[in-house]
Design a protein around this ligand. Sequence first.
Ligand SMILES: C=C(O[C@@H]1C=C(C(=O)O)C=C[C@H]1O)C(=O)O
Length: 372
Amino acid sequence: MDNFFDQITQHFLDKRPLVVYSKPDSKIVKALLQNDKSINYTRDYNESGFVFAPFDSKEQSVLIPLHLSEQVVSEISMKTKVESPNSVLKYSSNKNQHIELVDKGISAINNFELKKVVLSRVETIEGHFNAITIFKTLLQAYPSAFVYCFYHPKIGLWLGATPETLMQVEGNILNTMALAGTQTYKGTRDVFWDTKDIEEQKFVTKYIINALKSNTKSLNVSEVKTVRAGTLLHLQTDIEAIVNKRSVDLKSVIETLHPTPAICGLPREEARDFIFKHEAYEREFYTGFLGELNITTSTSRNANKRNVENNAYRAVRKTSELFVNLRCMQLKQNNKALIYVGGGITKDSRPEHEWQETVKKLETMASVITNL
Ligand SMILES: C=C(O[C@@H]1C=C(C(=O)O)C=C[C@H]1O)C(=O)O
């Protein structure tokens, strides 16, 4: 584990692109270390590598191509010593500004311009930060999240621990989720949800089902359940689609799903325009998506690889696992952390409550870098 992180630190010092990540509930941490400093983008999502896509789907998605990178893997050691954070949280954000933004969103909904809109803000925290230390802390604090640290000299340095899958694709099977609604975790998942949260999450489920329906031969939709994401709870529906074709066309599914109403709103175009017009900052990669793209794994049914006959049983699979970039931060010059937080606004939203929700979400990241 130490060698693994030494190698990553050296790569950082050389200012070469890299991503280090761990999938939900996995004991494995993987890294892709790009061996030059070039910037690459996906053309059609047929490439292999790690994709880092912005919220604005008109902008290009960054790719760390597999063929230009060294792949390294390590097991997560829970004994890893994590130094305590060295900065104090000072809220710099203007609460009134966010309340006004939410008020505007509610007015647009009352005027029937929108049904739902996800409105967000960014908080800046100053201190001395070390990306690897933060990454290790995130791994320990959020084992069931997709935890990552992405660096590209031309893009910046991003870290996060997201609870939301955009899609997992293998062959003609696509798994996704509708995640929305937020409350604080107080020791149990057996909680009461108010109508606002239930409705807000239903919008997302309905949208995803509709978006997938036309090209799908079977669709399995789970019951809605309460899931934990660190100190928070959300409502989640799992959706599995089996598509008509031999394999999922990633480009078109990404276009239909991203951005979902979990992070944008409904109707999609109107919500997106509202966000671009009224949010006072640039989301960049927050509420974009990221993850493994067309990674080939071969599995053997018999562990005895020396037996040549077993090769006949070896299956080669190409999988993609993409996550929504939530509960994330951007580090600037090692002394500024920009933490991005938002929440879904519907007709029943209360501005003060929505502000508090962003504060709770902020704390999931801020607690990792401050003495909260
Ligand atoms: C927008 C965020 O989260 C999204 C919004 C949620 C909500 O409004 O309740 C819940 C989960 C996410 O889909 C965020 O974490 O910044």
